[in-house]
Design a protein around this ligand. Structure first.
Ligand code: LLP
Length: 428
């Protein structure tokens, strides 16, 4: 909806022709749409409101951690879901109040917990019996009370890619369902802890509501069981995971998620929270790249379009075999006859491939393309493998655009290297 093809301007994102950005900033370049982010946030919040729910919404910072992105969402009312001290400090640096921050993650260091406790964040999701003792310890040492939830592993299959499934008992995440009620009682008895309720997150890129309903139903049973013991439960954090349409999936609908939450948790009389990442940010970003070279395939096989973006920039296809749409930026390229091509990057690995046998309009050297739906788990997962600096980042906002992070200067790749002085001096 926020991308359109124009006869003169080519591919336009919100109101900005992407060619103008590719020409001015070079490629590869990540582009985020502020208007798109706002529109998606409002759709999600609106669907929940229409269902009579008013959960606090904590954007999963891991999906896209740029300060400008966090700022756009914070202005809409979002808090943050963080998984490290680094993300916590980043969220604070973006101006998100501590009271809007939740902290989950399977291994939090004492330093990170100390930071969370002294900042006074909304809650820490505790993921094991062992961690419960550490949080109590850290809070007591700091002279504070830590607000916590217990993250339950509901042993529900989210029906998504195995590498982004988290709610199975074989996964490392969360507290075994059968132990959760006892542990909640223990949390209530330990010093320095204020248990608020439960968290659950079963995975990412979930497009069917069945697994959500099953997980929420188990949490609801747990809340009732714990209350029956005379303990108070005031909060359920429903996690993230809502999926988007990359190819032909049906996008996870906010209305359907709202319905699932209301059906299973609606009459529990608890405050609710959610932690969406991908659904908000994914479709709000594209990665611009150019064809370095069109290389003929062997023996009549499809040609290779070798892009200047690679797996070090966008890791998802090499990690999860994920599919991302690819569109030419120029209107002239867009109307060429389609052909089957292999779209790859220049990194020295066969895994550095974006698409195999993809039907695309015929493009040659220098043609610019957009890789779609890369606003979540894109830039944040980049590395500098193969001596490739981190790509530039741009924010469009309606008709305006601005570079929000310059391309990394190549010298900075080795600027922090220190060569021990017993090694031979540098040859000149
Ligand atoms: N809450 C918790 C506790 C999480 O672990 C995650 C994501 C989220 C919220 C946000 O989930 P979302 O709404 O974005 O699905 N790199 C992978 C995705 C990893 C997701 C990890 N946890 C990918 O590119 O598909």
């Amino acid at each position: 909806p926020h991308l359109s093809m124009h006869a003169l301007d080519g591919l336009v994102f919100e109101d900005v022709p992407l060619n103008a950005i590719a020409d001015a900033v070079g490629t590869p370049t990540w582009v985020m749409g502020a208007g798109t982010l706002r529109a998606r946030y409002r759709r999600l919040a609106g669907a929940l409101r229409d269902a009579g729910l008013a959960p606090s919404i904590h954007f999963a910072v891991k999906a896209n951690d740029h300060l400008a992105v966090l700022r756009v969402l914070a202005a809409e009312g979002a808090g943050a879901d963080v998984v490290s001290g680094g993300e916590l400090r980043r969220a604070r640096a973006a101006g998100i109040p501590a009271a809007g921050i939740v902290f989950s993650g399977v291994g939090k260091s004492r330093d990170e917990l100390h930071l969370a406790v002294t900042e006074g964040i909304a809650h820490i999701a505790v993921e094991s019996a062992e961690e419960l003792d550490v949080v109590s310890d850290v809070a007591v040492a700091a002279g504070r009370t830590a607000r916590i939830t217990l993250r339950v592993n509901p042993d529900v299959d989210a029906g998504t890619h195995e590498k982004i499934t988290t709610g199975l008992s074989t996964n490392k995440f969360g507290i075994a369902y059968a132990r959760a009620a006892d542990l909640y009682a223990r949390a209530a008895a330990l010093p320095g802890l204020h248990p608020l309720g439960f968290s659950v997150h079963i995975g990412s890129q979930i497009v069917a509501m069945g697994p959500y309903r099953a997980a929420f139903a188990r949490v609801a049973d747990l809340v009732r069981a714990v209350r029956a013991r005379g303990l108070s439960v005031g909060l359920v954090d429903c996690g993230g995971g809502l999926g988007i349409r990359y190819r032909d999936e049906v996008e996870g609908a906010p209305m359907a998620l709202a319905g699932a939450i209301r059906a299973e948790l609606g009459d529990l009389d608890v405050r609710l929270a959610i932690e969406p990442g991908r659904w908000l940010a994914g479709p709000a970003g594209v990665l611009l790249s150019r064809v370095i070279l069109r290389k003929a395939g062997q023996d009549g096989l499809p040609p290779f379009l070798i892009l200047d973006a690679a797996m070090n920039d966008l890791a998802r296809p090499s990690l999860y075999d994920s599919w991302h749409g690819i569109l030419p930026l120029s209107a002239r390229d867009a109307v060429q006859p389609v052909e089957s091509v292999n779209v790859v990057g220049p990194v020295c690995e066969s895994a550095d491939s974006f698409a195999t046998g993809r039907m695309l309009p015929r493009m040659g050297d220098g043609a610019a393309v957009a890789l779609l739906d890369t606003g979540a788990y894109g830039m944040v997962m980049s590395s500098t493998y193969n001596g490739r600096p981190l790509a530039a980042q741009v924010l469009v906002d309606g008709g305006r655009w601005s570079v929000i992070r310059a391309r990394q200067p190549v010298e900075s790749l080795w600027a922090a290297d220190r060569v021990p002085d017993w090694l031979a001096p540098q040859p000149v």
